[in-house]
Design a binder for this molecule. Structure first.
Ligand SMILES: [Zn+2]
Length: 343
């Protein structure tokens, strides 16, 4: 046994000299101290050693084992230090005087089209305002006539914060503030980011953009609504467009409509963009519900108003030719950077 142990020590010392990396050191540890390692294999031999030599052999076994362990620990320490030193020596040397070519950036398609839509509204006498992304339950729901039993208030649909506020689920959350701020002579649009607790796929996002607008005055009617929407859509699509109204339902408007635009790509014949129907659903709208006006302190007997939304992400996708809404939030420069508007 003594010879075996001495041989093991000799072999180990020889092999230790060849260890160059941490992984070499680990392999060596396994070879000598592992479950099937050379030292482990010697241990049962101790049983057969004559009693008077047992103590000596036991001490020798321990000595070899400790020698292997300590030598490996020391080697690993050295290798780690060397590694750090190598990293320091080879660390990227940055020459701050070198000119850097960052390339020319571009605006996000959403930003470009938002600006375009805002400019159209501004040209028609609208003011551009905004809303909060975190809203009170009152502003997001009660102030726009969404009853407490409405399923939209459910946690499955809405991101509720622990303080009872919500991530606004629609731009209408700003209506109460906007109506109070601009009163009976309002002609305002308020674009913004909205949030729904949605499963995300190519057609649905949990974070999306809407543009909403309100007009309040005496005698505002559906005719005003159609006029402004048609004007806006014609300018956005850069051609005279046809629109149609279908009945819709929203708690904050009465009556409510869905406004469709005749597909500017196929002229109504049917194409992939309009899903073959010839029409693109883009603008939920309606006459502002008297309760909503009242909650903003506006006399609904004297004044009336219309409100409209714009399916803004859909518009961006149509105009930029993107077919996956997720790209818009992705920050994927490969797709977003070279994009150009279809219209
Ligand atoms: Zn079409």
């Amino acid at each position: 046994m003594k010879q075996t142990l001495e041989q093991i020590k000799k072999d180990f010392n020889l092999e230790l000299g060849n260890v160059k990396t941490l992984s070499d050191a680990e392999n060596l540890r396994v070879k000598f101290l592992g479950k099937k390692g050379a030292i482990t294999a010697v241990m049962p031999m101790l049983r057969d050693v004559p009693a008077e030599q047992k103590r000596e052999m036991g001490m020798l076994l321990n000595e070899v084992k400790n020698h292997v362990q300590n030598s490996l620990d020391e080697k690993i320490k050295q290798l780690n230090e060397q590694e750090i030193e190598n990293q320091i020596n080879s660390a990227e040397k940055i020459d701050i005087t070198m000119p850097v070519n960052l390339g020319v950036g571009s605006l996000h398609p959403r930003t470009i089209i938002q600006k375009e839509v805002e400019d159209v509204f501004i040209s028609m006498g609208f003011v551009v305002d905004t809303g909060n992304e975190v809203e009170t339950e009152f502003n997001n729901f009660d102030a726009v006539n969404v009853p407490s039993s409405h399923p939209a208030r459910d946690v499955q649909d809405t991101f509720w914060l622990t303080n009872g506020e919500v991530l606004k689920t629609h731009t209408s959350a700003a209506q109460n503030r906007i109506l109070k701020k601009y009163g009976t002579n309002a002609r305002v649009i308020f674009p913004g980011r909205c949030f729904r607790n949605e499963a995300v796929d190519a057609g649905h996002e949990n974070t999306f953009f809407q543009i909403e607008g309100v007009i309040v005055n005496e005698n505002v009617s559906v005719a005003n609504l159609i006029y402004f929407m048609k004007e806006m859509l014609s300018k956005v699509f850069k051609k005279e467009v046809e629109v149609r109204l279908r009945p819709g339902f929203f708690p904050f408007t009465e009556p409510s409509f869905e406004m469709d635009v005749k597909c500017p790509f196929c002229g109504g014949k049917g194409c992939p963009t309009c899903g073959g129907s010839g029409w693109i659903e883009l603008c939920p709208c309606g006459m502002i519900h008297p309760n909503v006006l009242k909650m903003a302190g506006i006399d609904s007997n004297k004044y009336s108003g219309c409100a409209f939304g714009l399916g803004f992400d859909r518009l961006v996708m149509i105009k930029s030719g993107l077919n996956d809404i997720r790209v818009l939030n992705s920050g994927n420069l490969k797709i977003l950077k070279p994009f150009k508007l279809n219209i």
